[in-house]
Design a protein around this ligand. Structure first.
Ligand SMILES: *Cc1c(COP(=O)(O)O)cnc(C)c1O
Length: 420
């Protein structure tokens, strides 16, 4: 069973102040996940979560996470600037980009962020654009050599990210010769993994690598970055990853592999989805009911607000506010208004019988939700609202207006009279 932390009455009150659709984030939930992650890795001196900004790029959220010691993982100039404006600077930023433009290396270096190099050829580019820093990280792609005991890995040699093992060793050697002093290794091998073995097995792989790097290059890594990839239970029958257990198992690998080799290092993570995914909801109203060859509920939200179902066929659970106790006995396709047949939040979903005016809440939209939005069909992005632990609601991003949509034509004079 998936339940809402809000009542229908609360949602209607919010909707009377801010028209649907809107995103609602549950601050208490975000805080409890951030605290749980911190506890799970509390045994590791120097542990740090660099929140993947692309999951939920909102300054109010970044500042809440910063209270739990979280920095940011950035991959673009606007993400770097967003971090800076939240007071997150220097080595509180991991710049984990790929196919990086020279200008962004310059900015990241100017901000003294940790640079995570995606390729060996980027060493030269970085040297000419900001210079080689004292602290540097290299992204590793183990290719087909990484396998997990109870999960088939996609073939990592097909992914564009990271360096091969020989390149990684060569890159570290070159970086050391060019004056770098503190080194890290990063790897991100999965997306949305519900397997509690993923972090421990990835950590074991990177710890063994750290031992070999020390032997071959005389470099003692300062950190390994387990990056993101831990999933959340989108479906009601799925169970959440027990992060305390995961942290404990990573600790076992640490003690088994690193301690005998005399290596002490910090563990970094770059979780996005795991941190905020379950704590965000897209709230939308039924504006049409249509019965043709199927039953359709037409919402005032579209794939432009939440595109995961449209592009990945992703499951997002739906609760009809106020009808939680009614039997889900009516089969619906739940659609948006884009002139695109894939604009569906759910296909063949059993829900309680719905009417125009009902509030539908899409669960687990707190990461890679709003931020993936786009403006197709001239659809405007909606507001983001934060429900505080005391129940009060704060707007943390206003809804987009037509004026915003036309802003990139503001040199033409054609839209000057449009004010909202
Ligand atoms: C997307 C991304 C993450 C976060 O991934 P999640 O699946 O949200 O945990 C972390 N690091 C990098 C480099 C990424 O590209």
């Amino acid at each position: 069973m998936k339940t809402l932390p809000f009542t229908k009455q609360q949602l209607e009150e919010i909707a009377s102040r801010w028209p649907t659709p809107f995103y609602l984030y549950d601050e208490a939930g975000i805080r409890s996940t951030a605290a749980a992650l911190k506890d799970a890795f509390g045994w590791n001196k120097g542990f740090r979560e660099y929140f993947a900004v692309k999951a939920l790029p909102n300054p109010f959220i970044l500042k809440i996470l910063a209270e739990y010691g979280c920095g940011t993982d950035c991959a673009s100039r606007p993400e770097l600037l967003l971090s800076e404006r939240c007071g997150i600077t220097g080595e509180d930023i991991m710049f984990s980009s790929n196919d990086t433009p020279a200008s962004e290396f310059c900015l990241a270096r100017k901000m003294r962020a940790i640079i995570n190099l995606d390729d060996i050829s980027h060493i030269e580019m970085l040297e000419g654009n900001g210079g080689i820093p004292e602290t540097v990280c290299c992204r590793y792609n183990p290719g087909s050599s990484f396998s997990m005991t109870n999960q088939i890995m996609g073939n990592l040699s097909d992914t564009k990210f990271g360096m091969t093992r020989p390149q990684l060793f060569e890159a570290l050697r070159i970086l050391k010769s060019k004056g770098a002093k503190r080194f890290g290794v990063h790897a991100l091998l999965v997306s949305c993994s519900m397997d509690e073995e993923y972090y421990p097995q990835l950590a074991a792989e990177l710890f063994r690598l750290a031992v070999e790097i020390k032997k071959e290059l005389g470099i003692s890594l300062s950190f390994v970055d387990l990056s993101g990839g831990i999933g959340i239970p989108y479906r009601p029958q799925e169970r959440a990853v027990d992060i305390a257990r995961v942290g404990g198992q990573v600790r076992q690998e640490y003690e088994k592999i690193l301690l005998p080799a005399g290596i002490e290092l910090a563990i970094y993570t770059e979780l996005g989805r795991f941190m905020t995914g379950p704590h965000g909801y897209l709230v939308s109203r039924v504006i049409h009911e249509k019965h043709t060859y199927k039953n359709y509920l037409g919402l005032d939200a579209t794939a432009a607000n939440l595109m995961r179902p449209a592009i990945y066929g992703a499951y997002h659970h739906i609760t009809v506010a106020g009808k939680e106790q009614l039997p889900a006995d009516t089969l619906y396709d739940v659609t948006g208004s884009l002139c695109e047949n894939n604009d569906k939040f759910a296909v063949d979903r059993l829900l309680p019988a719905c009417q125009v005016g009902d509030l539908l809440v899409l669960h687990d939209a707190g990461a890679h939700g709003y931020s993936m939005g786009y403006n197709y069909n001239g659809k405007l992005r909606c507001a983001e609202l934060l429900v505080k632990p005391d129940g009060s609601v704060q707007m943390i991003r206003r809804a987009e207006t037509a004026k915003d949509y036309f802003a990139t034509f503001d040199f033409t004079g054609l839209f000057d009279d449009i004010k909202d």
